[in-house]
Design a protein around this ligand. Structure first.
Ligand code: 13P
Ligand code: SF4
Length: 357
């Protein structure tokens, strides 16, 4: 479905759009909930009722029972998760259906089922659990739900991995190899027990011995916004700002995480910034709009981009398509998930809440 914006909206200035969005908000009151991911541009964040990381947003949509209409300013998988958690009398909208996530597209349902069959044939179904990063399609979350698995976010991956490792379970983690790798390394898993499963190859390109030895199976997939951050960029920022603290997102490759001072989700970054002392220099390696938003909100700090890496999909949400969604509320841009898929995905999402509290 392609989002249409009518000619009348096309001609509006930003301030006219903002004024009309505010009118809709005032008219709809608590019936409307606008959620925005931290990577949204500042004008969208400023108009939202709540903005945060993907874990918080999933929870907030679930808790806001009075909101009949949830407009999710983020990418497709996030709006799908919100749809899965919403009740039957709530409706979820994404202002631009072209706002996908290339990372989530690395894992397709048939590939995930094949991977599950190939690995369980060798290690046994009782010894492994599928875990999907929240940045995955609802179909992948449903695969996890069907096979007694769960999902996780970058904020709770460690907790979820620990939960299963304590039960001596292996983990098939989809679709971000870097978050999975960084989490496994942080938990002290030996490197030869962390194996990369390439879905384009038979048995993921692994030998039977490698599969038998594997404890963490990482899906070959990545976020191009975060693989753009390199250790060299960190070294050059340290040369220019020797006192800076460098924080990166766990979707960055291990050498980048290793070169940084801290690693954490977008909420972790926001919380770190909140407690930093005036004048501190903080270099952040994540999507550029989050860094800019934090810099705008904290003028007493020097908050710098590690480099200008923009998520073009997050950027597809703008004032005009938000206004168009509100002008035509209920008629355009709704997110639907088939009932059977929703039920399986919900099992996976609720299991995450049970594990992480
Ligand atoms: P957070 O879960 O940290 O908000 O990150 C989501 C995301 O899309 C990272 O690229
Ligand atoms: Fe997907 Fe990366 Fe954009 Fe996050 S930043 S939504 S993982 S493409």
């Amino acid at each position: 479905m392609v989002t249409l914006i009518n000619e009348e909206i096309q001609k509006l200035s930003d301030s006219e759009c903002i004024a009309r969005i505010r009118e809709h908000k005032a008219r709809l009151g608590k019936e409307l909930l606008i959620l925005a991911h931290n990577y949204q541009r500042y004008d969208i964040v400023a108009l939202s009722d709540y903005y945060s990381d993907s874990l918080d947003l999933a929870k907030r949509g679930k808790e806001a029972v009075e909101a009949k209409n949830i407009i999710f300013c983020g990418v497709h998988f996030m709006a799908q998760t919100s749809r899965v958690l919403a009740s039957s009398d709530q409706r979820v909208f994404l202002p631009n259906h072209l706002a996908g996530c290339p990372l989530s597209d690395f894992a397709e349902i048939d590939q995930a089922e094949t991977a599950w069959d190939e690995v369980t044939r060798i290690v046994g179904e009782d010894n492994i659990v599928p875990v999907a990063y929240v940045n995955s399609t609802v179909l992948i979350k449903a695969v996890c739900g069907r096979h007694d698995g769960t999902i996780c976010t970058s904020a709770n991956a460690k907790k979820v991995f620990t939960h299963y490792l304590k039960q001596n379970k292996r983990i098939l983690f989809m679709p971000d190899e870097h978050l999975g790798h960084n989490t496994a390394v942080q938990l002290g898993i030996p490197r030869d027990e962390i194996v990369l499963y390439d879905p384009s190859k038979i048995n993921g390109g692994l030998t039977e011995d490698q599969i038998k030895k594997g404890r963490i199976f990482l899906w070959k997939g990545h976020c191009h916004v975060h693989t753009a951050f390199t250790p060299e960029l960190i070294h050059s920022m340290r040369e220019r700002y020797p006192d800076a603290v460098v924080i990166v997102h766990p979707e960055c490759p291990e050498p980048t995480v290793h070169a940084a001072d801290l690693v954490g989700s977008t909420k972790f970054m926001a919380e770190y910034v909140k407690t930093a002392e005036t004048g501190k220099t903080i270099v952040i390696g994540t999507e550029v709009n989050h860094v800019r938003n934090l810099a705008i909100q904290n003028p007493h700090l020097r908050i710098l981009e590690l480099s200008r890496s923009l998520c073009p999909n997050m950027f597809k949400i703008n004032l005009k398509n938000l206004l168009y969604t509100l002008d035509n509320l209920g008629e355009v841009n709704e997110i639907f998930v088939k009932e059977d898929i929703k039920a399986d995905a919900l099992k996976a999402v609720e299991r995450m809440f049970e594990i992480t509290g």
